[in-house]
Design a binder for this molecule. Structure first.
Ligand SMILES: Nc1nc2c(ncn2[C@@H]2O[C@H](COP(=O)(O)OP(=O)(O)OP(=O)(O)O)[C@@H](O)[C@H]2O)c(=O)[nH]1
Ligand SMILES: [Mg+2]
Length: 356
């Protein structure tokens, strides 16, 4: 029996993980076995931890995007089949990745078509946010992501003024909307999620033409991003609120980024205390949102995972992150321990396969 794979792309912070987690619950309620694949340029992902907490079988492809780590993607799919025999696998490529038709969907169909049935490529577009403050190359990358969608989801529709303005925005982006189904969706209210699931369960990728993409510009867009994955612990002698620590850390990161004219693509932090979890994200200055916010009693320690993708050099991002972690200490005598800290800019994409 073939397993259905739905690849859900879109720019950093567009809402991919939130939608996938909401979709996985609905698929399970419809009687499907579901698996997830997360993906990142580094290790130590908030998204993987969230999927694990939701008790959904998850495989992580780390150290590069699906296109450059195609054998790792295959190994992840295989692992999921061994542990969970999923009917449907929802796979989230890195939010700075594009050209997925040529480098991921076509190779899967061509070389592994007997095992896997590919759903139409879904791309999320969050038109509630502007990329005007990002370099041209990043806006170019974003346009390429939208242009290759087989189904385009206007994400976070609960935040939109109206769908008409959103579709108008896509027209302004110069993408061809004539043949691309466009669906407003909100993972928060559930609006559009079942309609989208009907599409990815009932239709197959039409094997559209590959993008005509300039890999130099694509590489420059990725190189313009500073990427940070960190894990650590905070300990204090006096009890403190882990939620307040999270809010303080994100406020410090936001204000340091604003001071230094660093545009935020996505900063997210997951905090675990002995009693509960807190998770919050910034997808641009002033956009703080809480995804997990269980009321937790004051604590004397917590663990955190911090992922940041911003328009800065790795050195600049490292300084910003360390300064924010120091400033967020619950009291001057509190200690923090960093167990994992990697800060870099993604290397130029070198896909394993490119079937144009
Ligand atoms: N209001 C609203 N917020 C949403 C919705 N979907 C996602 N968000 C918020 O947007 C932020 C980013 O969402 P993610 O799902 O982490 O985005 P992503 O595309 O997976 O991000 P990366 O993995 O970094 O590329 C989170 O704070 C979410 O709560 C939605 O439908 N409505
Ligand atoms: Mg994600």
């Amino acid at each position: 029996m073939t397993t259905r794979i739905a690849i859900v792309g879109g720019f950093l912070g567009a809402g991919k993980t939130t939608l996938i987690l909401a979709a996985a619950k609905r698929l399970a309620a419809r009687g499907y076995r579901v698996g997830l694949v997360t993906n990142d340029q580094g290790e130590g992902l908030v998204d993987t931890a969230l999927a694990g907490d939701a008790e959904i079988p998850v495989a992580e492809v780390a150290g590069g995007c699906f296109c450059c780590r195609f054998p790792d993607l295959l190994a992840g799919l295989q692992r999921l089949q061994e542990v969970a025999s999923p009917d449907v696998i929802l796979a989230e490529p890195v939010g700075s990745c594009t050209d997925l038709i040529a480098t991921v969907l076509r190779p899967l169909v061509q070389f592994y078509g007997e095992q896997y049935e590919l759903a139409p490529l879904t791309v999320l577009l969050d038109s509630s946010r502007s990329l005007a403050d990002f370099p041209d190359d990043i806006r170019y990358l974003h346009e390429q992501q939208v242009a290759e969608a087989e189904i385009l989801l206007h994400s976070k529709s609960d935040l939109a003024a109206g769908n008409g303005t959103r579709i108008g925005r896509k027209e302004r982006m110069g993408a061809d909307i004539n043949e691309t189904p466009v669906l407003p969706i909100s993972a928060v209210t559930g609006d559009g999620v079942d309609e989208w699931l009907d599409v990815i369960l009932g239709q197959s990728s039409r094997n559209p033409a590959a993008l005509l993409i300039d890999y130099e510009r694509y590489a420059q867009a990725e190189a313009a991003l500073g990427w940070l994955n960190a894990k650590g612990q905070v300990r204090a002698d006096t009890p403190y609120s882990a939620r307040e620590w999270t809010a303080h850390l994100l406020a410090m990161l936001e204000s340091l980024c604003t001071e230094q004219s660093v545009s935020i693509a996505h900063i997210k932090v997951l905090v675990t205390t002995p009693e509960g979890k807190v998770k919050a994200s910034l997808t641009q200055a002033g956009s703080l949102s809480w995804d997990l916010d269980s009321p937790t009693a004051d604590t004397r320690s917590h663990e955190f995972v911090l992922n940041a993708r911003v328009n800065a050099t790795p050195g600049q991002l490292e300084q910003i992150a360390l300064q924010a972690i120091e400033a967020a200490k619950p009291d001057p005598a509190a200690r923090y321990y960093i167990e994992h800290f990697e800060c870099f800019s993604p290397l130029p994409p070198r896909p394993t396969h490119r079937l144009a």
